[in-house]
Unconditional design. Structure first.
Length: 160
């Protein structure tokens, strides 16, 4: 797992859905709770959403509620986020007692928040893969012709 791969997966999720960063309400993180892993994921998020991501999107992680379910973590997060969209609730990151300054994302540690979730990205990271999927509430749906694979621009390797 590295920040460039995470950034590329997030960028691809945006591009293939026809969305821009400002449209994302929630980015559900992989966030396994390891210091280095969470910092790497945060760097990948900032590559795409910028240094002020904390102030623009919620970034909860559900592993604090469930523990690490390995290959089931991504699908469960997807189901949780679909329910969050349906109910208008942002899930919290449980057991986040002390925020890491280097992560600097809004993990929503204070509990469930009432808010509309119209567009969400679920990030799923593993030892040898990273996948991100964009979800849109029916109220946020619009027609869109996704780009072809050769139209997706890679993130420069020297980008912070």
């Amino acid at each position: 797992m590295d920040a460039t791969q995470i950034g590329q997966a997030l960028q691809l999720a945006l591009v293939s859905s026809g969305r821009i960063q400002a449209e994302i309400d929630v980015l559900a993180l992989h966030a396994a709770g390891t210091v280095e892993g969470d910092r790497i994921e945060a760097r990948g998020v900032r590559r795409i959403f910028g240094g002020a991501a904390r102030h623009h999107i919620y970034t909860p992680a559900i592993k604090g509620n469930t523990g690490h379910l390995l290959g089931a973590s991504g699908p469960l997060t997807l189901a949780v986020m679909l329910e969050a969209m349906h109910r208008g609730k942002i899930p919290p990151t449980m057991n986040l007692d002390e925020e890491d300054e280097e992560v600097d994302l809004d993990g929503n540690a204070k509990g469930v928040r009432d808010d509309h979730v119209l567009v969400c990205i679920v990030n799923a990271t593993g030892a040898s893969h990273n996948a991100a999927l964009t979800l849109a509430h029916p109220k946020a749906m619009r027609s869109f012709d996704p780009p072809q694979a050769n139209e997706v621009m890679p993130i420069p390797s020297d980008h912070p």
